[in-house]
Design a protein around this ligand. Structure first.
Ligand SMILES: O=C([O-])C(=O)C[C@H](O)[C@@H](O)C(=O)[O-]
Length: 406
């Protein structure tokens, strides 16, 4: 058994202008689909980021992949140094092996620890979609607490989410506290919530916010990346009693030792795209348990192949204690034949062999063509941010050049 061909297929997908502390997502963004084919015509697929470096990394891994025995992926891990490149190929290899042996990927990872994986409603402030008609959800502008409550209502009613994640670092911190307050009033004070300003607050601001949230008695599960570095999180943790989660400062195994010794974080947000694939995530889960750290799951804009992989690994990791993140509800188009549905805010991994999803060849080719024809950003643009804050930045010398620090 050997892999004969590795196809690297960059695709451009449309997405809404979601806001974060750097700017707004560009309305066309890139992902990469990896398709492996064996001499017998068996196929395995994976999905990853669409950055040029990832594509170049995949290209340079080609000589290790074409001709390899798909079962020997551990050796590949050492031949391909980059975790993100390896992760995409490993996902495709596990899909391939699953199809060959007739087992779902979760069984190749040691079996399910849970029948389905809970996801949170991933709420973004956003600009109005220019493609209002075909938007998947909430096409209108959402730049106030009231508008956010409407967006959250649409999310919860259409997908059944029970946990709310608010992407913060966009409005003034007091406005974001007001948003959490209004969400709690709308959905009940017991609704688990998190806020993630992607490091846009100072330790002082984050301390004040944490105290205020406590006084308001909101059910905040954790603060996610509230401040700007590992050390800043360690300082913040001396002031507050909320757990801190991160997907920004602990993103590889080498970061775990400093995170533990400085006591900077409580929860690592895993991601099979950059923690060395699905098996890398199992290693992360084990390591986190060793240090009594919690595990959740981070997301970035992604399509259905990644959604399927997230459901398999989310079901197989013993330690996942928190509802996982996914941008999938925001995506108005996909490369797979039958888009995956959330049921009561959760996704059960497919019991079909492999990941259990099939590429829609027409959609794939159309999105690939768009990638070739349009000037596609890998993921998000900071332009709108710089313009929006230009005046304020002139007065605030403590702001980063393209990002506010409140
Ligand atoms: O928590 C997260 O999902 C992230 O920090 C990564 C994403 O890139 C998020 O910031 C986004 O999509 O704007």
């Amino acid at each position: 058994m050997q892999v004969n061909e590795m196809e690297i297929i960059p695709v451009a997908h449309r997405e809404p202008p979601l806001r974060n502390s750097w700017g707004a997502h560009s309305e066309v963004a890139a992902r990469t689909i990896v398709r492996l084919t064996t001499a017998d015509g068996e196929v395995g697929i994976g999905e990853t980021y669409g950055d040029e470096q990832v594509i170049a990394g995949l290209e340079s891994a080609r000589s290790h992949v074409e001709g390899m025995n798909p079962y020997e992926y551990r050796r590949l891990r050492y031949n391909v140094g980059d975790d993100m490149v390896y992760g995409a190929i490993e996902t495709a290899l596990l899909d391939l092996i699953g199809r060959i042996v007739g087992e779902p990927v979760y069984n190749l990872l040691g079996g399910k620890m849970r029948e389905s994986v809970d996801f949170s409603a991933y709420l973004f402030y956003k600009y109005a979609d220019s493609d209002f008609e075909s938007a998947a959800i909430a096409p209108q502008e959402v730049m106030s607490p009231e508008a956010m409550v409407e967006e959250a209502r649409e999310f919860v009613d259409s997908h059944g989410f029970e946990t709310l994640k608010l992407k913060g670092g966009v409005l003034e911190p007091d406005q974001e506290i007001a948003t959490l307050q209004q969400l709690a009033e709308e959905f009940g004070r017991d609704t688990p919530m998190r806020i993630d300003p992607n490091g846009a607050w100072t330790v002082g601001t984050a301390t004040r916010i944490a105290r205020e949230l406590r006084e308001r008695d909101l059910r905040i599960e954790f603060l996610e990346d509230p401040v700007v570095s590992m050390n800043a999180h360690a300082r913040l943790k001396r002031n507050i009693d909320y757990p801190i989660a991160t997907n920004m400062y602990v993103t590889e195994f080498d970061h775990i030792a400093p995170a533990v010794t400085t006591e900077a974080v409580d929860i690592i947000l895993s991601d099979h795209h950059y923690w060395g694939g699905l098996t890398g995530n199992l290693r992360l889960d084990h390591t986190a348990r060793t240090f009594d750290l919690g595990v959740g799951m981070h997301s970035n804009s992604h399509l259905g192949v990644s959604m399927a992989a997230m459901a398999h690994i989310g079901a197989a990791m013993p330690t996942v204690r928190y509802a996982c993140d996914s941008h999938y509800p925001w995506m108005a188009e996909d490369v797979i034949k039958s888009p995956i549905e959330f049921e009561d805010g959760a996704i059960a991994p497919s019991d079909e062999p492999g990941l259990g999803v099939e590429l829609d060849e027409d959609a794939l080719q159309q999105m690939h063509k768009r990638y070739q024809e349009e000037d596609v950003l890998a993921y998000s643009s900071v332009d709108s941010m710089a313009a929006e804050y230009a005046d304020a930045m002139a007065d605030r010398t403590d702001w980063l050049p393209n990002k506010p620090i409140w």
